[in-house]
Design a protein around this ligand. Structure first.
Ligand code: AMP
Length: 259
């Protein structure tokens, strides 16, 4: 497994494999079983697998949230190796946003509702970094989790609007045995907070906005940002809550085969 820090290095590493299929799994590290499922599927479907490891400052509005984001590169590289990743692209912030950087991708309408309303600029940061990863890696397929349903919708729209040639692969939300959606941020929860956080998947499991809101409001120490039906592909009931200083999102698919 090759670890590349610069755009030039990753391009050189991929040069010999351009004739075959390349799968890209973008991550911010702190890998868990949700990432593992993406890497595993990418490994099955492509000749070459690239994982990016980059905590993207442009998608964090609050510097506190960015500073608190869990990081453990050594562990992540070990897990990526175990999952058969060929190339890890782990650039510095300066490599991705060099001095003078000023070009942004904004999926205007989709990027400003739901999560976008509570995290202004978040999806602009996501779309920009994902497009930049696409142009660097030029993947045949790119892998994302349904856990971030609006992110998937934003990326799907960007790919369509900009006619980028890549196959978008979306995998179901991976959950802990108790139902909590796996998230790097879960490690920030105290045991008490984790118990309260379980209110979110339990509420969304009703698949009914009003019922879900009533259930969430009954949990002490859990602040609701929103619970909304979103007309994505597929439609979901999506929610975001704050427990202590940690913000969690989750969603359930409303039609077709649930995860
Ligand atoms: P992150 O490192 O949190 O930016 O996530 C990297 C990718 O993993 C994104 O496509 C996420 O949607 C996906 N992902 C994160 N958590 C989960 C989960 N619990 N189940 C499935 N995919 C996930």
């Amino acid at each position: 497994m090759k670890v590349c820090r610069t755009i030039e290095e990753v391009r050189a590493a991929l040069e010999p494999f351009r004739a075959g299929t390349i799968g890209l799994v973008p991550t911010m590290g702190s890998l868990h079983d949700g990432h593992h499922a993406l890497l595993h599927t990418a490994r099955e479907e492509n000749e070459t697998v690239v994982m990016s490891l980059f905590v993207n400052p442009a998608q964090f509005a609050e510097t506190g949230d960015l500073a608190r984001y869990p990081r453990d590169e050594e562990r992540d590289l070990g897990l990526a190796r175990g999952d058969g990743v060929d190339v890890v692209f782990a650039p510095s912030v300066d490599e991705m946003y060099p001095p003078g950087f000023q070009t942004w991708v904004d999926v205007t309408e989709l990027g400003s509702i739901l999560e976008g309303q509570f995290r202004p600029g978040h999806f602009r940061g996501v779309a920009t970094v994902v497009l930049k990863l696409f142009t660097i890696v030029r993947p045949t397929r790119a892998y994302f989790g349904q856990k971030d349903a609006q992110q998937v919708e934003v990326i799907r729209t960007m790919i369509r609007d900009l006619a980028f040639e890549v196959e978008l692969r979306v995998l179901p939300t991976a959950r802990d045995v108790d139902g909590l959606a796996l998230s790097s941020r879960n490690s920030l929860l105290t045991p008490g907070e984790r118990g309260r956080a379980l209110g979110l998947p339990r509420a969304l499991a009703t698949r009914d906005r009003e019922l879900a809101l009533a259930r969430l409001h009954a949990v002490d120490g859990l602040e609701v940002d929103y619970v909304e039906v979103a007309d994505f592909d597929p439609p979901v009931l999506a929610g975001a809550v704050r427990v202590g200083s940690t913000r969690l999102i989750d969603n359930v698919v409303l039609e077709g085969d649930e995860e």
